[in-house]
Design a protein around this ligand. Structure first.
Ligand code: CA
Length: 242
């Protein structure tokens, strides 16, 4: 069972888009649906605005006049781990999409996209973030403590800053600890049953998750016991205690 949909008006959205037509279209469409959008045109303004106000979602054009949108994504991801970042790009090459996800984006839309697709994606992302009313006990995976209810992952009491999708991926594997979880299940549960893009995003997110866990283990001088995530070729992944 999925939690109920979040009230859209609760989400504050920062739109970064230098194209007047697209920017106005996004602002009007989002406002008309009950969201609270703020539209700005440059990367510099995005960094300032995100520092001064709190946002839930960043809709980010990659081709900005003053800086590369990837740098904006990277900077804001580092500063705001919980921010949902959706990249809007005219670039359709896989390599650009991977760069966007690597820079910290949670999702992307390739231009031209319709307002209804954008709204469907936002609903899916925001619904998934709505906290469930049932709290779960923190899970101990080796020395890693995963508190799904609090959305906190700690190793030797140091919090590991995971991006939203990395956390959800780890949480889903942890809930099925010891079981094989298929790629299809992961895509449907962590992303969306209406996912339109390639499943490459799963591989990128998994690589980032593994890297973050290893970095955290390294900072404990290698003494920490991490859960092991096995890749099951042609099927999916399995998380086990070490
Ligand atoms: Ca642009």
């Amino acid at each position: 069972m999925r939690p109920p949909a979040a009230a859209p008006s609760a989400a504050r959205i920062l739109v970064v888009e230098d194209d007047d037509t697209i920017g106005r279209h996004l602002e009007t469409g989002l406002h008309g649906t009950g969201y609270t959008p703020t539209w700005i045109r440059t990367g510099t303004a995005a960094l300032t605005e995100a520092a001064e106000s709190t946002y839930d979602v960043l809709l980010l054009d990659l081709g900005l006049p003053d800086m590369d949108g990837l740098d904006v994504a990277r900077t804001l991801r580092a500063r705001h781990p919980g921010l949902l970042i959706v990249v809007l790009t005219a670039r359709t090459e896989d390599i650009d999409i991977i760069a966007g996800l690597d820079a910290g984006a949670d999702d992307y839309l390739v231009k031209p996209f319709t307002m209804s697709v954008l709204l469907a994606r936002l609903r899916a992302h925001l619904r998934r973030r709505t906290p469930t009313t049932v709290s779960e006990q923190p899970r101990h995976l080796g020395d890693l403590v995963l508190d799904i209810t609090a959305r906190r992952c700690t190793l030797h009491e140091h919090e590991i800053a995971l991006r939203p999708k990395e956390f959800e991926l780890l949480a889903l594997l942890a809930r099925h600890q010891g079981d094989a979880v298929s790629r299809e299940t992961l895509m449907a549960e962590v992303w969306d049953e209406n996912w339109f893009g390639s499943t490459k995003t799963l591989d990128v997110t998994m690589a980032a998750l593994r890297r973050r866990l290893l970095d955290a283990a390294d900072s404990t001088a290698g003494s920490a016991r991490l859960p092991h995530i096995t890749t099951l070729r042609g099927h999916g992944y399995r998380l086990e205690q070490n």
